[in-house]
Design a protein around this ligand. Structure first.
Ligand SMILES: [Zn+2]
Ligand SMILES: [Zn+2]
Length: 140
């Protein structure tokens, strides 16, 4: 995802309105590696700018997704998560706290059973316990 300043220009060039609410969302998403849901983003935004609507949050997320600035990911936790990191990566989800981490796989694993199937995209979701939760589990 580009910087909030660059996005402001890109949105205007695309004929989209840029409001202080939208600029706040650009800033909240920039370098955000928490993979927030729309609701999570909304509650953080509300603290900084009371009165921002959930509709604005959804609309801005939609626009950013269709412009390819962020990606919407489904890691099986119910709601879609939003990721400003659009590089090729996978995710690890903690079954305990729901934290989502980026996972980079250097080499494609050797695959069996494709039988000539041409793979266009692969999104792997690893499940388990994050470092914090597995530490807590050991001391329980
Ligand atoms: Zn955890
Ligand atoms: Zn990610």
């Amino acid at each position: 995802m580009r910087s909030p300043e660059e996005l402001t220009i890109a949105f205007r060039e695309a004929g989209l309105k840029v409001t202080p609410q939208r600029q706040l969302l650009f800033r909240l998403l920039h370098n955000n590696c928490a993979h927030p849901t729309a609701d999570a983003l909304y509650s953080v935004a509300t603290e900084q700018m009371p009165g921002i609507s959930l509709r604005t949050v959804y609309q801005t997320l939609n626009d950013l997704t269709s412009m390819g600035e962020i990606q919407s990911i489904d890691v099986g936790t119910g709601s879609s998560r939003f990721d400003p990191n659009v590089s090729d990566h996978h995710h690890a989800v903690c079954d305990e706290c729901g934290a989502v981490h980026d996972v980079y796989v250097n080499q494609a694993p050797e695959m069996r059973g494709l039988n000539g199937f041409a793979v266009a995209d692969a999104r792997i979701v690893y499940r388990g316990l994050c470092a914090t939760c597995s530490e807590l589990a050991q001391h329980r």
